[in-house]
Design a protein. Structure first.
Length: 111
């Protein structure tokens, strides 16, 4: 993988084990087989949904965007706050929030 994705093992130690998988020029970050974060250009983005998106917006964190066929595409992932990389308690809290969003998204798709 990369030094950055290896480092995320330490960042999320209080949340639980995470695995990085290469995808789309970056990495998906998984816990219990479910993607709750992604890494692009050495930047961590966390999954958001209607129940937790406001926390990202209030913190002034931008969504993950990419360009596809000349159009700007936005995904339901937001840049992680700096505190996630510095504080294990904050990392666990934000990871639980994002993992919950991933669980709710998965549940919504099965219906």
């Amino acid at each position: 993988m990369s030094e950055y994705t290896d480092y995320l093992q330490e960042v999320f130690v209080q949340f639980g084990p995470v695995q990085a998988r290469r995808m789309f020029g970056g990495h998906g970050i998984f816990h219990d087989g479910l993607m709750f974060a992604l890494v692009s250009d050495e930047t961590l983005y966390l999954k958001a949904d209607d129940q937790c998106r406001e926390a990202f917006i209030e913190a002034g964190l931008p969504p993950f965007e990419y360009e596809k066929q000349g159009k700007r595409m936005t995904m339901s992932y937001y840049q992680a706050p700096e505190e996630v990389l510095e504080d294990p308690d904050a990392a666990a809290e934000w990871a639980r929030r994002s993992f919950g969003a991933a669980l709710r998204t998965r549940s919504g798709r099965k219906k």
